[in-house]
Write a new protein. Structure first.
Length: 323
């Protein structure tokens, strides 16, 4: 099958997996349209939507020559992204989820940098968390207290020891990434056998293969949807433990330091899960382990909070009931 003319000169393919996000998908697409550049191919993978997305996309394809739509059935976001990667026409691929939005010009800034720096394998930016009500929940770089947030947002900087850096601290938001298609293919895309953290796993594998660059530009609004903290945390912990096991025997000093940090992250993830279950003593125990692995004031405050909640729960349990 011959390729349509509008895809022959594509500079970047934007891959958008979606499933029943008709309430947010139009805003996502509108933000892609504000990127101030030509040569943009848009690939939407509708992964079994039942909320009218399929019909709406059929109309959009007729109006948007640079758009392609695939229909899949419950592959999950990573499997859907892999399908998009397989048909992408451009040498650079950018991801955005169907409930996130980009700032004007974000994509152009990234693509032009990568075109000028062909040795860079992938790039990412800072992003802002927002609640469904639009409340600002801070940025990724702020959350991780990353020194990168002090870099000027007007340029990219190449990361030193990117693999160990991203192992110890996952700063990469999927909706901020632009990556070379050839590199994605060499890494075999997203590992769909993982139950969670497939994105982090991929960034680590890519960082092993090619240089990485980042910018402190806050290019993306990431929607934090409510959900089951306990079930999602359990899946993520299992996946993280599997991913981390690959690095346990690496001898480099920067990798050993990253392992110390990521073990602390795992303890904190367990603490968050126990906290959601109101198991405050277990949460405090996990926070203490995290503090010993990677001490800081935030963990100490979390331990104190869990101890206070545990004591309050114990007092309530032993209070006599009224006759």
């Amino acid at each position: 099958m011959s390729m349509r003319p509008e895809f022959l000169d594509a500079r970047v393919s934007v891959i958008i997996p979606t499933r029943n996000n008709m309430d947010t998908l139009p805003a996502t697409l509108s933000s892609v349209g504000l990127q101030q550049m030509t040569g943009v191919e848009i690939i939407i993978i509708d992964d079994g939507s039942t909320d009218g997305t399929r019909e709406w996309l059929a109309e959009m394809v007729r109006e948007t020559p640079a758009m392609r739509v695939l229909h899949t059935d419950s592959l999950g976001p990573s499997g859907a992204r892999n399908e998009g990667i397989s048909i992408a026409s451009a040498p650079i691929i950018a991801f955005i989820d169907s409930d996130d939005t980009w700032a004007r010009g974000k994509l152009r800034f990234q693509v032009e940098y990568m075109e000028r720096n062909p040795h860079i394998g992938f790039t990412f930016t800072d992003y802002r968390h927002v609640s469904p009500a639009g409340e600002d929940r801070g940025t990724c770089f702020e959350y991780w207290n990353s020194p990168f947030r002090r870099q000027p947002p007007t340029h990219f900087f190449e990361l030193e020891n990117a693999e160990s850096l991203l192992l110890g601290c996952n700063l990469v938001g999927t909706s901020t990434v632009a990556v070379r298609k050839e590199l994605l293919q060499n890494a075999n895309g997203f590992a769909t056998e993982l139950t969670s953290a497939e994105d982090w796993d991929l960034w680590l594998r890519l960082a092993q293969l090619a240089p990485v660059a980042a910018t402190s530009m806050i290019s993306t609004l990431y929607l934090m949807r409510p959900g089951s903290v306990t079930s999602r945390s359990a899946d993520r912990i299992v996946a993280m433990e599997f991913i981390v096991s690959r690095y346990a025997e690496r001898p480099e000093p920067q990798m050993r330091e990253a392992m110390r940090k990521v073990r602390a992250r795992l303890h904190r993830a367990r603490a968050e899960m126990r906290r959601a279950e109101a198991a405050y003593t277990a949460a405090a125990t996990s926070e203490i382990r995290a503090m010993f692995a990677d001490p800081d004031r935030q963990k100490l405050k979390a331990v104190a909070g869990d101890v206070m909640r545990s004591l309050k729960a114990a007092r309530s349990a032993f209070q006599p009931t009224s006759p």
